[in-house]
Design a protein around this ligand. Sequence first.
Ligand code: MN3
Length: 255
Amino acid sequence: MKEKLFLPTRREALGTMIGAGLGVWLAPFGAAPAQTMASSKIHFDKLAPGASSAYPFALPDLPYAFNALAAAIDEQTMQIHHDRHHKAYTDNLNNALKDHPEWQKKSIVELLSNLQAVPAEVRTAVRNHGGGYFNHALFWRMMGPNGGGAPTGDLAAAINRDLGSFDACKEKFNKAASTLFGSGWAWLVRTAEGKLEVVQTPNQDTPLASGQKPVLGIDVWEHAYYLRYQNKRADYIANFWNVINWEQCAKNFAA
Ligand code: MN3
């Protein structure tokens, strides 16, 4: 099982990068053209600067003040969301791996990209808490006090090419975020073929598990918005566009 998913030759080739603390994307098992392989590496340190790529995972600091995103999210929500929810995912992920030294060597990207290879007794914990660790580390960076506006450069061009226009992209993303039933996330992702798509993931599942790279994501769990918006999720989603850090999203697209 392990050999099937982590091909020794590929592991050796990527060993130095893993050793350097970079999250490395492993393509799903099966033949992949060299070009796809090269473009499908994920550098977690670029997606979530300050977060840990491997065990023991540390709660990354918010890169701005709790009240910095007031154009979309209130101070109290930010504090509880970061200090309690994200911290709990971090602690629970570390607990899940504490008796599995061989899995402590895997990066968070490897773990979440190859969940079926993770030992059955901790697989659900890694999926839920590892997913929560990863998703939130990205989420804080996808937003910022000087956010909003529109994407530029290569990302803007890819949005126009694959989704028609920025407005069409927004409409699709808003629909994915507002119609997600229960708890989860809506994402703008880059597929293994390099195409941009809008997708939903339930709970703390990540796009990594489907072979996709996250470019932009919104947390639509009620804990992300309920204090200020109560049942008006659509208002939270509309205001989210005021705080998007497009500079980081462009890095995610390229990373
Ligand atoms: Mn959350």
